[in-house]
Each structure stands twice: as structure tokens, then as C-alpha cells.
Design a protein around this ligand. Structure first.
Ligand code: EPU
Length: 419
């Protein structure tokens, strides 16, 4: 087992390079199943969710060659089974994208019930509704999902809830369907646009991604023979922006799309930090105690739930009382108990948490309950006085490449230690 040992406080200073987006990569990799050919995906983050995605593709018959730590060439010409490995697909959330892709390409698939961070109930009713409206039969039981279709036919699908996963999955299922599919009330996150751009590069005809109505004109075949580079990770960039503020540091965050970070920039300015926008990089600095602010998480372009815990660290140290309303996930305040062990004063109930800002945090042993909680605890440990030990690193390794090396390069005193 491993833990991170962090000695603080350190104002983080220097440059940090942002990797490709986890939540785009874990959709683009299964999307390669739609291609009857070979393609190369670059700027993949080197994280465990990406490695498992590649293992699943291999088990389905794809041939994968790693060109570097961040680039793979995938040959999906010889897909030879309709059963995805149940143990691997149950390990993470995005395995559900195998369903949309395989329904489209082969017409049948069985996967394990998707796993992932425990953030409360994570139903997939909107995915299933979309598949069924396209003509598939879907059965859920005994920890598996089985989907089958003789033929998928384009139709109009209204999403009852704005869902990233359901929007992408229905897009995947309809790329090779007969006729036109319209997704109404679609999610608009940057990774949805990225998946659509990838598919269009491979020969799909998807219009409107990034708006709330997406139109997919079915095509006969995707042929590949292309190279595609994954969009920079908005959440990793936001994590470092908030780390700069929480530690009263000064960071140049390179290789990001600053437009994707507008909601975070706005909140950083509100709490008294400074942001300089250079288009593909951002300088974020803060030389005083942050001010209080209220946050409500919302689908893009609202403030992302995946940066709520990191923002929570900033507000735990703010001058005054702040409120966070988490509108996406039921159980995303587990990290507040850990911050309270470090001297924070946070009361969380249901989807609301009240932060009475304290003027410092103190190091303590803390447990990461999920990926973003883990990132928040690393920020807290870097800002806190004394030694913080962060446990349950498997969550963090799912979504951040070389996190401790990146923190060390900007001044943090952080080590990964086996125990
Ligand atoms: N929902 C339903 N029915 C569905 C689908 C979703 O009720 O069929 C609800 C969910 O319970 C939730 C809301 O709709 O309350 C939004 O869920 P969404 O489907 O958008 O989430 P997701 O696709 O499962 C992705 C990210 C999450 C991120 C959310 C919201 C991936 C692999 N995961 O999850 O990322 O929090 O969108 O932006 O893309 C993370 O990276 O740490 C993470 C948890």
C-alpha cells in the first residue's frame, strides 16, 4: 500500500503542464470500437482508468501498440466477442461507453455494472432510454448489462436530466444508425465536443456538440487512418488553479483551453485571487487570505462538481462564511470530514455545506474517498502547517498523471511512501 506524505505549508510556485482530459480519453478509447480500421490517439493521460480502458479493448479483440506513455495506436478491425470482461468493466464508470460503441458496431454487448467513485446513486436510466429508443433491447441483472439490437434507427431523444455519460453514449450508439438522431437537452461539457470531434475526424457526421441539441446523421462506416489528440484536462487545470489560491502561490498553468475555465476564473477573482489569461495558459496567483464565496455546482458552463472539493479547501481557509450547494452528486462532501480533522470548520448536510473559514489548517492523516476528494486533500496538505498523510491513493491514480511529481516540481514537499 502507498500513501502521500506532505510537509507544509508551501506556496506553490512555477509552471505546470496539463495533460489530456481523463473524461474525454475514457470516452474516445471505447469510441475507437466504432472504427473498422486503425487510429492513433495522442495526449492521453497516463492514468489507471486509461490503462484499464485499453485492456478492455484488447480483450474485445483490438490490437494496441503504445507509442509513448501518452500515445496509442489501436487496430479495431478484428473485434471478436460480444462479452466485455466483467471484472474490468466493473472497475470504473466510463466502461458504460463500451455499450454504445459495441451496439453500434456489432449489435450486441454484455458488460459488468459500471463502478467508479462512490458519489451517491449513479443511475443509467437515460443511457438505457436512449438505446431503447434507437431500437435496442437492454436487460440489467446479476451485476451485468446486456444490450442487443438487430438494427439501430435514428430518432429524437429528449434527456430528462443533463447527463454527460448519457449524451456521449447515445452519440456513440447513433453514429452508425440508419437516419438522423437528435439529442435534446444534451450536456455541453468540453469532452462532449472532443468526442464528437474525434468521431467526425473518423468520418462521422455529428453537428451541434457543445450546444444542448446534438444532431447525428448516421453514416455507413468509420474508417480511421487518423491521428487525434485529446483535449487538455479542464479539471486538472482547475485543480492547479485552486491549489495556487489555497497555498497563496503563483502558478503558470500551461496547455489548457482558458475558455473552458471561465467559471473557475470568475470564482477565483471573487475570492480575491488574480488570473492572467494567455489563451492556452493561465497565470493564477493570490497573496492574501481568500475571501468567502458561495458556490453552486452545475453542468457546464456552470461551476463543475469535479472541482467542488478543491474549491472547498479554498473556502475552508477563507475569511468569512461560505456555502457550497452540490447539485449533481448526493455524496460529494465526504472530504469535509477529513478537512475537519485538519482543523477546518465545515458542516455538511445532504447537498449543502457551510464553511466557517479558519486562518490555517494543520497536518493530519486523511483518507481520500474519491478522485477529486483526493486532489483536494493534497492541496490541503500543501497549505497546512505540519505533516499530512493522504491514504487511498488508488482513487487519485485513476485520474491524475504523476500528481506528486507535478506538485513537487512547483515546490511542494511531497513523497509517495510504501507502508
Ligand atoms: N443521471 C441520472 N440518470 C442517468 C445518468 C445520470 O439520473 O442515466 C444523473 C446522475 O445521477 C447525476 C447527474 O445525472 O446526478 C449527472 O450525471 P452524469 O451522467 O452527467 O455523470 P457521469 O457521466 O456519470 C461524468 C464524469 C464525472 C462528473 C460528471 C458530471 C466521466 C467518466 N465522469 O459522470 O466525473 O462528475 O460527469 O460532470 O465522464 C470525476 O472525474 O471525478 C467524475 C466523477
Amino acid at each position: 500500500m502507498e500513501k502521500l506524505v506532505i510537509k507544509g505549508p508551501t506556496p506553490l510556485k512555477g509552471e505546470v503542464h496539463i495533460n489530456g482530459a481523463k473524461n474525454a480519453a475514457v470516452a474516445i478509447l471505447p469510441a475507437t470500437l466504432l472504427i473498422d480500421g486503425i487510429c492513433t490517439i495522442e495526449n492521453l493521460p497516463n492514468i489507471s482508468d486509461v490503462k484499464i480502458s485499453c485492456e478492455i479493448l484488447e480483450k474485445l479483440g483490438a490490437k494496441i501498440k503504445w507509442n509513448s506513455m501518452n500515445s496509442v495506436t489501436i487496430d479495431t478491425r478484428h473485434i471478436n466477442t460480444t462479452t466485455a470482461p466483467l471484472d474490468l468493466t466493473s472497475k470504473f464508470r466510463a466502461s458504460y461507453y463500451i455499450i454504445g460503441s459495441m451496439l453500434s458496431r456489432i449489435g450486441e454487448i454484455e458488460v459488468g455494472m459500471p463502478g467508479g467513485c462512490k458519489l451517491g446513486a449513479r443511475p443509467i436510466d437515460q443511457h438505457i432510454k436512449g438505446f431503447e429508443l434507437l431500437g435496442a433491447e437492454v436487460n440489467v441483472g446479476n451485476g451485468t448489462i446486456h444490450a442487443k439490437a438487430n438494427k439501430l434507427v435514428g430518432t429524437s431523444i429528449y434527456m430528462d436530466i443533463v447527463s454527460v455519460g448519457a449524451t456521449i453514449n447515445v452519440m456513440l450508439a447513433s453514429v452508425l444508425a440508419e437516419g438522423t438522431t437528435t439529442i435534446d437537452n444534451a450536456a455541453k461539457e468540453p469532452h462532449i465536443v472532443d468526442v464528437a470531434n474525434f468521431l467526425n475526424t473518423m468520418g462521422a457526421d455529428i453537428r451541434g456538440a457543445g450546444t444542448d441539441i446534438i444532431k447525428i446523421n448516421g453514416v455507413k462506416k468509420l474508417t480511421g487512418n487518423c491521428t487525434y489528440s485529446v483535449v487538455p484536462d479542464q479539471i486538472e487545470a482547475g485543480t492547479f488553479m485552486l491549489a495556487a489560491v489555497a497555498t497563496k502561490g503563483d502558478l503558470l498553468i500551461k496547455n489548457c483551453i482558458t475558455k473552458h475555465l471561465d467559471s473557475i476564473t470568475a470564482k477565483i477573482l471573487e475570492v480575491g485571487g488574480q488570473v492572467e489569461d494567455y489563451g492556452d495558459s493561465l497565470r493564477v496567483y493570490c497573496n492574501k487570505r481568500p475571501l468567502k464565496a458561495n458556490i453552486k455546482t452545475l453542468p457546464y458552463p456552470g461551476f463543475p462538481t469535479d472541482l467542488q472539493p478543491q474549491m472547498g479547501v479554498v473556502l475552508s481557509l477563507a475569511d468569512g462564511t461560505s456555502i457550497i450547494n452540490e447539485s449533481i452528486w448526493e455524496s460529494r462532501f465526504q472530504y469535509t470530514q477529513e478537512l475537519n480533522k485538519m482543523g477546518a470548520d465545515i458542516m455538511a448536510q445532504g447537498k449543502t455545506a457551510i464553511f466557517q473559514g479558519v486562518d490555517h489548517l494543520s497536518g493530519a492523516p486523511v483518507y481520500s474517498s474519491d478522485l477529486r476528494a483526493g486532489a483536494a486533500l493534497i492541496i490541503a496538505g500543501t497549505a497546512a502547517n505540519g505533516i499530512t498523510e493522504v491514504y487511498n491513493l488508488e482513487h487519485i491514480d485513476r485520474g491524475y498523471e504523476n500528481i506528486e511529481e507535478k506538485f513537487r516540481a512547483i515546490g511542494a514537499n511531497i513523497e509517495r511512501v510504501s507502508y
